[in-house]
Design a protein around this ligand. Structure first.
Ligand code: GCW
Length: 618
């Protein structure tokens, strides 16, 4: 009897030690305290001593190496400094060898976190930075955050929402930023802040925020000095100006370049940069096709920015849709350094309730805008106070993939998914991570296309429910709001057809693209079918490449999307023996919800479009 109790207790212990809430992310190494590590005492040495399963590693500083690069050979990691050694150590723990250097110097997360702790478009609880509950050790959490980012090469973070409160720059908040920066620094992560362009008025009591006003420039210079005194390696500012109600230089009839340059001059003495967003629409361009507005707004500023200003643009010209063509601003600003902004948080892709692996979206973008045209990369974070950080266990893969692609955009989505699955759901066997269930990789790889299919196939876009952007609302129209927020404006369905004519017979947005895409997209016959309704208004009876009509084709895409999610549930069911109960159940519940929501998308969209399509066919 005693023995039996003993056995039960032992079994219970194994079970609890296997309990998995996802808080360890992809860093689920067991402490082995095995390796003898020689070289400088640093994070790399600590991590390898704790977790490396080999016997011995040498850490060697080689100042001729490029910044952040590492070489792993014969149990030796070589790098320029301790930061490079750290990246090398995490690579070795993943099982990598050889030479590696990052594509970009700027690999930055953007947190849309508000000072009250809420997060704009956050689906994983409240902010880890601001107004955290007293029951939580913020510094411990931020240290774990730092380590996770360092392990995938992320080296910068913007701590607050681009819809920025002026309070961010008050002395008491700068003090908090300093505390955070001190925790992040050893992990090679610099902090940046989003700033409100009208801060000199809201905070400094000035009568204007005009960038050419001497008092305003002096205010910003003093503010920069105050920040750098506390945080000598502060990265710089991110700015959303004259967009969606935010103040900006346009309020004083000044250009974006004038506004950005004034801030650039303030941080220049300290080596800081300004990331100026091109996500601007509305005000100056009433009536113009929204996807054209960024180019119209910025093209005259090309070549006029200081050399420490970078223009930051979303990958697509509209707004992080499940599929968009690339943003033509990348073709048009020829003398301005540019960064791409990707969205890791799934605002339009099921919001941490759907399993959608985003790397394929980003790979698609890099297929058009080659990585060497950019000087850096930003990702809107999906991180919050939830135990598993990201809401959905599989949303962690998107954080991971962003980091890995920011380091090396030439990795394939499959490689990254495979690597992530092994370290997140795999088991350690003979010193290697194994993931027995091959179908999970297929599930991840198919998940983005499935989402496009059940939400908005063939180039349809922005037919989401108003404001929160979860679920379908193809009939959405509110007279009191700008047309650019209304779904009916984007699909343009009528009795003849559906889609937005952006060719030369329509808004001529295609003309903003460089060749060969300009001609390719402009001609309905050569336009890729997955962008068809983005660029063309197409008759319901139009013959698609597979011989079916457009209307039949649309229906089959919605069906396909739902069928895919049904299959994801089957795969997940079959994976059950390989996955701990806790994460399995959590994910299973979300997959069921995803299926329900996919069916709702199909039903609502097809019912609505049918009222035009089948009327039109009569
Ligand atoms: O997509 C829209 C979002 C806003 C966001 C804005 C932006 C931070 O719905 O929530 O605001 O884009 O990128 O500025």
């Amino acid at each position: 009897m005693k023995r039996l109790v003993g056995l039960i207790v032992a079994f219970a212990c194994v079970l609890t030690s296997m309990a998995e809430d996802g808080s360890r992310l992809w860093l689920r190494y067991e402490r082995v305290n095995k390796a003898v590590v020689t070289g400088p005492d640093c994070i790399a040495a600590d991590e390898l001593r704790n977790y490396y399963r080999g016997e011995q590693v040498s850490l060697v500083i080689d100042q001729t190496m490029p910044e952040d690069a590492y070489r792993i050979e014969n149990q030796t990691i070589c790098a320029k400094d301790e930061r490079g050694l750290m990246y090398g150590a995490y690579a070795l723990l993943r099982g990598e060898t050889g030479y590696s250097a990052p594509q970009w110097k700027l690999r930055i997360l953007n947190h849309w976190d508000n000072l009250d702790g809420s997060i704009e478009r956050g689906y994983a609880g409240e902010s880890i930075f601001w107004n955290t509950p007293s029951t939580i050790s913020r510094s411990q959490l931020i240290k774990e955050y730092a380590r996770a980012n360092a392990s995938i090469g992320i080296n910068g973070t913007v701590l607050n929402n681009v819809n920025a409160s002026p309070k961010m720059l008050s002395a008491s908040y700068i003090q908090q930023v300093k505390e955070i920066a001190d925790i992040l620094r050893p992990y090679g992560i610099r902090v940046y802040l989003s700033v409100n362009f009208a801060s000199p008025m809201a905070l400094g009591g000035l009568k204007t925020a005009d960038p050419l006003d001497a008092k305003v420039t002096a205010w910003w210079r003093a503010k920069a000095k105050e920040i750098y005194k506390q945080i000598p390696d502060f990265g710089g500012f991110l700015v959303k100006a004259n967009s969606e109600g935010q103040p900006g230089p346009g309020d004083y009839h000044r250009t974006h370049a004038e506004g950005a340059n004034m801030l650039a001059d303030a941080v220049k003495p300290y080596g800081g940069i300004i990331m100026w967003r091109s996500f601007v629409y509305g005000a100056n361009h009433k009536g113009e096709d929204r996807v054209k507005q960024a180019v119209s707004e910025f093209v005259n500023d090309d070549g006029k920015f200081r050399d420490n200003v970078i223009l930051q643009s979303k990958n697509g010209p509209l707004d992080f849709q499940p599929r968009e063509p690339y943003a033509p601003i990348f073709d048009n600003m020829k003398r301005t350094p540019q960064m791409a902004e990707l969205q890791i948080t799934q605002e339009y892709l099921g919001q941490s309730r759907h399993l959608v692996y985003l790397a394929p979206i980003w790979q698609e973008f890099f297929g058009y805008v080659k990585p060497d045209r950019l000087v850096g990369i930003a990702g809107v974070a999906n991180i919050g106070l939830d135990k598993n950080w990201c809401g959905h266990h599989f949303s962690q893969a998107n954080w991971y993939a962003f980091g890995r692609l920011a380091w090396n955009p030439h990795l394939t989505s499959e490689e990254i998914a495979e690597e992530w699955l092994r370290v997140t759901f795999g088991r350690m066997e003979n010193g290697k991570w194994n993931m027995e269930n091959g179908e999970l990789l297929s599930l991840m790889m198919r998940s983005r296309e499935a989402c496009v299919d059940y939400m908005m196939p063939l180039g349809l876009h922005h037919i989401f429910k108003f404001d929160h952007h979860y679920g379908p609302e193809p009939d959405g129209f509110k007279a009191e709001y700008p047309l650019e927020w209304c779904p009916v404006y984007y699909h343009q369905a009528d009795s003849l057809g559906i889609g937005f004519d952006r060719s030369h017979t329509g808004t001529n947005a295609t003309a903003q693209y460089a060749e060969p895409y300009r001609s390719l997209y402009d001609d309905i016959k050569t336009c890729p079918e997955h962008y068809l309704l983005w660029f063309h208004h197409v008759p319901w009876t139009y013959r698609m490449r597979d011989g079916r009509t457009l209307w039949e084709n649309i229906q089959s895409h919605y069906d396909q999307g739902v069928t895919e999610v049904e299959d994801f549930l089957r795969i997940w069911q079959e994976a059950r023996p390989y996955i701990d109960e806790q994460r399995w159940k959590h994910t299973d519940e979300r997959l069921h919800h995803q299926l329900e929501n996919a069916r709702e998308w199909r039903q609502v969209c097809l019912d609505y479009f049918r009222s035009f399509a089948e009327g039109g066919l009569k």
